[in-house]
Design a protein around this ligand. Structure first.
Ligand code: MSK
Length: 631
């Protein structure tokens, strides 16, 4: 089985019939994958290599420079964290430049859509708003953001202001508080160069520090997107390939940063008549990966697919254009698109793909660029019109938009004076046993969505409140688990009571969805904010709470960075694939056990989703016992 998504399975059959190569075929062609690489004991950091360390005693036990297996494994891991931090903070910096250009009057298609969030963020960061206009306050917030990238004398203020005091103290004790995002990434590249840091423990501490820099970038990304585009509120939509329409101009937005897709959403609304003039019923916008999550959360734009299946909507023959920004975009989509007339439009100077159409996006003319892009899609529709399509009639209802602000507002309907009290009371009385955040991607090595589905069903049955972000949220959206109906079907009795009480207090006439969609990958920080609020309310640190995270099908270096800061924030973090660390026994032991004594968080590696759910539940029970709570 390649996927639990029936639309994906149908399209894979079509791919086989039409001899279209997909990511699954390319995995097969790679098998067996390099055993040294899988263990993390292959080093290409200098030109004397590549070096490989044998897992067997009769083979080489050191690289040419003398690096041990643990040194190699640690270097590889922390370089992945640095790459993830670079990606997330690049996303954040991009949003900061957009807001900065708006402040200077150079980005007329943008605005501060959520002044309340701007003021809340400024207050949190200790920025006085007294007597300032919105533009002047935005200028101060942007200056504060830019100050987080360069090396400063103090640890990163945005990280410090958004976690518990206990976390700051625990990280400071380890010397793992970074003093600048960019400087932290650069330092990891320096330390992993030939002949610098060879101590695996010291390298891992550096990796934790860099992961906190990644967290800071993620948090800035979420904050600025909310300021510029609004904080999500619950929204009802649909997910999967059945949302495509044969006689419409179908455009997918793909990647991560909402800076362009937000404008495309608005301009698509204005260009419906042009699409109709071309013989279409209108324009249908759909999302892929986290750009899709961003526009789903704020506008209800339906996600068409996620992660590993991104090539497949093209095989419907109905997709006229895929507009990409950056991150998680497979270059192979250009090859598939060539067979179907779909236009792949790259938009960012740092993310081009040979064979695509490049229309460079600039904030100064965002609406103009969006019009040009949609115009290309309309022309592609004209060329396609009349050709047969093969759209799988598969789609699910999805309720998304659960920002922390939206969750607190929903809880306030139960207790206006103390909105978090209902959650805490229900954790204490056991109706909610704990909370698990599902984050991360789909990975071609796992049947798509399988681990997510097995784990959610098992944990929900045991009264665990479920949150999701990224392609994990996408899995639950496509599979119908972000609905009140899923709560009725899968939630244990205690969880059902709580979700129903909140739903009914909010006039929904039924429960909240089984899994709450909190947004894109950078929005994992929303889950941290919620956890921190609960920890502060209870007067305990995060490492005491019955809260855990899982990345059951993780894939990217960004996911490695997120997983590391989730551990650093004190959470047990499940990984559904074995990361390339087993070749380093000391590193493996630190990540799965030793780190627990230092930070409270630790990694649980378990590839069987049923067992993984049981292990996470056991971790939750251990914490409940620590707080003196019953099961
Ligand atoms: S898009 S980082 S595959 S979640 Fe955020 Fe999905 Fe993972 Fe990319």
């Amino acid at each position: 089985m390649r996927s639990r998504d029936s639309a994906v399975s149908l399209m894979l059959e079509a791919a086989q019939k039409e001899a279209i190569e997909t990511t699954w075929d390319r995995l097969d062609a790679q098998l067996p994958q390099c055993g040294f690489g899988e263990l993390g004991v292959c080093c290409r950091h200098c030109m004397q290599g590549p070096c490989r360390i044998s897992p067997f005693e009769d083979g080489p036990q050191r690289g040419i420079c003398g690096a041990t297996a643990d040194t190699m494994v640690a270097r590889g891991l922390v370089r992945a964290i640095a790459a993830g931090a670079a990606a997330h903070s690049g996303h954040a910096k991009h949003l900061a430049h957009t807001l900065h250009k708006w402040v200077k009057g150079q980005a007329p298609d943008y605005n501060v859509k959520n002044e309340a969030k701007l003021r809340a963020v400024a207050a949190r960061q200790g920025i006085s708003a007294d007597g300032l206009s919105v533009r002047e306050l935005a200028a101060k917030v942007v200056a504060s953001v830019f100050s987080q990238f360069a090396e400063g004398e103090e640890p990163l203020a945005w990280a410090g202001a958004t976690v518990t005091t206990g976390r700051v103290e625990a990280l400071a004790k380890l010397g793992a508080l970074p003093v600048g995002i960019d400087s932290s990434i650069a330092e990891m590249m320096h330390r992993t160069h030939l002949g610098v840091d060879a101590d695996p423990v010291n390298l891992l501490l550096g990796g934790i520090s860099c992961a906190i820099a990644d967290y800071t970038g993620c948090h800035i990304g979420t904050d600025l997107a909310d300021i510029l585009f609004g904080t999500p509120v619950p929204v009802v939509s649909e997910a999967n390939m059945g949302v495509l329409k044969e006689n419409s101009v179908n455009i997918a937005v793909h990647g991560h940063n909402p800076v362009l897709s937000e404008v495309i959403v608005r301009i698509a609304g204005e260009m419906q008549d042009e699409a109709k003039a071309a013989g279409a019923d209108g324009i249908v916008l759909v999302g892929i990966c986290c750009t899709g999550n961003e526009v789903l959360m704020r506008h209800g734009i339906p996600p068409v697919t996620h992660g590993v299946s991104q090539e497949l909507p093209i095989l419907t023959g109905a997709l006229d254009a895929i507009v990409v920004d950056y991150q998680c975009v497979y270059p192979s989509i250009v090859e598939v698109a060539r067979c179907y007339g779909t236009k792949v439009i790259t938009t960012m100077s740092i993310a081009k793909i040979q064979g695509s159409t490049h229309l460079e996006f600039v904030e100064e003319d965002a609406a103009g660029k969006a019009k040009e892009i949609i115009g290309v899609a309309i022309e592609a529709f004209k060329a396609r019109k009349g050709r047969p399509v093969n759209i799988p009639q598969v789609k699910s209802k999805v309720v998304a938009g659960f920002s922390v602000e939206a969750i607190v507002a929903a809880l306030a309907k139960l207790d206006a004076a103390d909105p978090l009290k209902p959650v805490i009371d229900n954790i204490v009385n056991g109706n909610i046993q704990g909370v698990v955040l599902f984050a991360g991607c789909n990975n071609v090595k796992v049947p798509q969505d399988h681990n997510y589905l097995v784990m959610a069903e098992e944990l929900a049955k045991r009264d665990v409140l479920l949150l999701a972000t990224g392609c994990g949220a996408g899995a639950y959206a496509r599979q119908g688990l972000m609905t009140p109906e899923a709560t009725e079907k899968y939630a244990g009795p205690g969880l059902k009571i709580v979700l129903t009480a909140i739903g009914e207090a909010n006039g929904l006439g039924g429960p909240l969805p089984l899994v709450l969609h909190m947004g894109s990958c950078v929005d994992n920080t929303r889950a941290v904010d919620l956890t921190v609020a609960i920890a502060n309310k209870l007067g305990v640190d995060i490492d005491k709470l019955p809260v855990a995270a899982s990345a059951p099908e993780f894939k990217t270096e960004k996911a490695v960075a997120i997983g590391t800061w989730a551990v650093a924030s004190g959470l047990p973090v499940h990984l559904g694939l074995v990361p390339p660390v087993l070749g380093g026994p000391q590193v493996t032991s630190i990540l799965t056990a030793g780190i627990k004594d230092l930070l409270g968080g630790y990694f649980i590696v378990e590839t069987d989703p049923q067992k993984a759910a049981e292990k996470l539940f056991a971790a939750i029970q251990e914490r409940r016992a620590g707080l003196g709570l019953g099961t």
